[in-house]
Design a protein around this ligand. Sequence first.
Ligand code: 6PG
Length: 242
Amino acid sequence: MSAVRVVRDAADLARTAAEHVAARAAEAIAARGRCNLVLAGGETPRAAYGLLASEAFAGRVDWGRVQFFWGDERCVPPDDPRSNYRTAREALLDRVRVPSENVHRIRGEDDPTGAAAAYDRLLRDMPGRFDLVLLGMGADGHTASLFPGHAAVRERVRLALAERMEPVDMWRVTLTPPAFNAARDVLFLVAGAGKAETLARVLEAPREPELLPAQSIAPAQGELTWLVDAQAAARLAQTARG
Ligand code: 6PG
């Protein structure tokens, strides 16, 4: 089941996303003693990560019971400004009490294929399912590092793989549709006018996941919510607005 939730602006999106993370984490920890949380890369989620680390959310999440994963990583060292791990570390992980053994970063500094194989094994050994996956979407319809026309979108067996992504001229390690679609809950965060046309195509045009990889995300037994700001929602048909 999928839903579209339109909020006023990027600040509202960050607040709503942080609330969603806190609520899902509390549910998972209460039910299963842990929360398997997959963080998104890029810039959009940064404000939500910062809010989760702020006084406003202090005490809302038992971070010691949250296991952190990433939906994708750029193949760069962990202290590189382009690293998705570094973004989350600076905005959230360094500001809340998380045991280092709970942080399962993709080793972007290693050989990409080896790092992907290690992450695939880690995901297969992980107790339980992903309780919440956060994803962003690029203006070309990519999500995580599933880019249009690249093999990763077609992957049906591996949970993580490495591929050189021409659009960004770099190697990436990404989780695959089978990995994302096994989650209990997936939350897309999409903001800004620059994504309005693509968002309308992803949500309302015929399904062509090879061209619009964000369309490959459809949890088999889970929730899917598109959390979008008014600018990104501007091209949606009225009926789609949550
Ligand atoms: C990455 C992300 C990528 C991102 C989108 C949107 O590694 O860059 O995984 O999929 O979510 O490109 O990025 P913005 O939030 O910066 O627009």
